[in-house]
Ligand binder design. Structure first.
Ligand SMILES: Cc1cc2nc3c(=O)[nH]c(=O)nc-3n(C[C@H](O)[C@H](O)[C@H](O)COP(=O)(O)OP(=O)(O)OC[C@H]3O[C@@H](n4cnc5c(N)ncnc54)[C@H](O)[C@@H]3O)c2cc1C
Length: 490
């Protein structure tokens, strides 16, 4: 039998790699984790989720201070932002979280951590820092980077990506953002709130294009009200450095050409899997810019080489990376065959209002040819939302023809947190009637979850048939006032 240095080797110490390393080591597998940067944690900790959400919170507080009058408070004088202080706060949050992702912690769990850039020598071994290291199983978890499309002049222009955003010495005076996905929308609002003049250029006709338009448009409207300019249906013709700033030439939907000028240019046009330089060609593993070609158990063409995280090209989120890492551990270490199932993979865009989604929305249901009905409730009818000063928002519940929930979208305050109840309910097959009957504390935003389920249940309980039955058996006398009002079906 062949002998290897390790039971499992992992390329990449981000969300996916760390999940595999901790799971495999704790199960007793001799585990090697290889990271090319000087710290573990990956994009999420250093250049993604953590710094962006920390920045968003600083921007939110600044926005609240500037709008104190809306809360019955005296107007406060908001001094201009010193970005170095925000960057220091971001660094301090990263530092705390970094302790969970330290080499020492993983060594304590039993995993060996090596730093360096590895590339495959053959199907069972990589070359790392001049040495050959072999493992019975390998996991490719090298993440993704900002995709840079072939826009004329762009590569020669000194643009920014998510890696550059959190360490400015001073707040940029102006920023053009290419793309209008979650990263673009979140950063547009945050920088605009801090005082940067922001313009967003989007090829399509709506922002957050994976979402239903009726849920994405209110996000764009909220950002527009705060001062972000949007150029929809705009083709990016070229980019260039111009003096101390940048210029982007766009063709608008009316055919007119306009030049946008700004101090900084942020490219947020999607992600490209980090698969170059691993010598995957040399071991015949097919891949493209989107990612690896994996089967449902996340195996490549070589059954002992797995992929997890952003390199799968499917759902590029930290929690998806963690989920995929757990699938790999199950298959490679536990030998318990498990397939990745993304039916109820949730996500959230952390603008204000937040936009969170799980399962099917109307776009996805239509594309899949699924018949569905839509049930909605508005945040303006939620007492807590009003108390918080937030009226924008809606929950949308999508039921299939058997009246089972197949998707939820929530637009509004703390939508991402509100989705947690649905993640449990949908994955656990909880009946809508159970959710509608569960007592929720008052006044909470979470009552909107109960209410939308209750609206569906109410149609069953307060039906003409039931009323007729009760009238017949118990001689109920019917309405004492007014006329019947309508239901809430969307
Ligand atoms: C601005 C921004 C905000 C985001 N916000 C959110 C959010 O709020 N919520 C959310 O769920 N997701 C968010 N994401 C996405 C999230 O960061 C990713 O989905 C997640 O980091 C993917 O984890 P991963 O393990 O696949 O990759 P990564 O975390 O990127 O880890 C990959 C690691 O592999 C290393 N590596 C690369 N090549 C090699 C090599 N040859 N050898 C050794 N190591 C190598 C890299 O250095 C890196 O450390 C955000 C992303 C960005 C850019």
């Amino acid at each position: 039998m062949a002998s290897y240095d390790y039971d499992i080797g992992i390329l990449g110490g981000g969300a996916a790699g760390l999940t595999v390393a901790s799971g495999a080591a704790r199960l007793g597998a001799k585990t090697l984790l290889i990271e090319k940067e000087k710290n573990l944690g990956g994009d999420c900790l250093h250049y993604g989720c953590v710094p962006s959400k920390t920045l968003i919170r600083s921007a939110e507080v600044y926005h609240l201070v500037k709008n104190a009058g809306r809360f019955g408070l005296p107007a406060a004088a908001a001094e201009p932002v010193d970005f170095r202080a925000i960057a220091a706060r971001i660094r301090s949050v990263i530092e705390v979280i970094q302790r969970h992702d330290s080499e020492e912690r993983f060594c304590g769990l039993g995993a060996k951590v090596e730093f360096g850039e590895a590339a495959f020598e053959d199907e069972h071994a990589v070359r790392l820092n001049g040495k050959r290291v072999s493992a019975k199983n390998w996991v490719i978890a090298t993440g993704s980077s900002a995709a840079i499309p072939p826009v004329p002049g762009l590569r020669e222009t000194s643009y920014l990506t998510n890696r550059d955003l959190y360490s400015f010495d001073k707040l940029p005076e102006s920023m053009v953002i290419l793309g209008a996905g979650p990263i673009a929308a979140e950063m547009a609002q945050a920088f605009c709130r801090l005082g940067t003049r922001v313009a967003v250029v989007q090829r399509g006709g709506q922002i957050l294009s994976n979402e239903d338009k009726d849920m994405a448009d209110p996000v764009m409207n909220a950002l527009t009200r705060e001062g972000v300019s949007f150029y929809l249906n705009a083709a990016i013709l070229s980019a260039r450095n111009a003096g101390n700033g940048k210029e982007v030439e766009i063709k608008k939907d009316d055919g007119r050409i306009e030049t946008l000028r700004a101090e900084t240019l942020l490219v947020a046009l999607g992600r490209e899997a980090n698969l170059q330089g691993l010598n995957l060609e040399g071991i015949d593993i097919p891949f493209d810019g989107k990612g690896l070609n994996l089967e449902a158990r996340l195996r490549t063409v070589h059954k002992h080489i797995y992929g997890a995280g952003d390199v799968t090209g499917s759902f590029q989120f930290t929690h998806a990376a963690g989920y995929e890492g757990s699938i790999v551990v199950s298959n490679a270490v536990f030998h318990l065959p498990r397939k990745a199932d993304y039916t109820f993979m949730p996500w959230c865009t952390y603008t204000q209002p937040e936009l969170a989604s799980i399962g099917m929305n109307e776009k996805r249901a239509k594309a899949a040819g699924v018949s569905y009905s839509v049930w909605t409730e508005e945040f303006k009818d939620n007492d807590r939302s009003l108390a918080e000063g937030e009226e924008i928002g809606r929950i949308k519940m999508i039921l299939n023809e058997k009246e089972k929930p197949i998707g939820i979208q929530i637009l509004g305050l703390r939508a991402g947190d509100l989705l947690g109840e649905w993640a449990a309910a949908l994955n656990g097959g909880v009946r809508l009637s159970a959710l509608a009957a569960a007592v929720h504390p008052y006044p909470t935003l979470g009552e909107i979850n109960k209410k939308v389920a209750g609206a569906w249940l109410a149609e069953k309980i307060f039906s003409e048939r039931i009323k007729k039955g009760l009238r017949f058996f118990f001689q109920l006398k019917g309405r004492a006032c007014g006329t019947e009002d309508g239901g809430r079906k969307g």
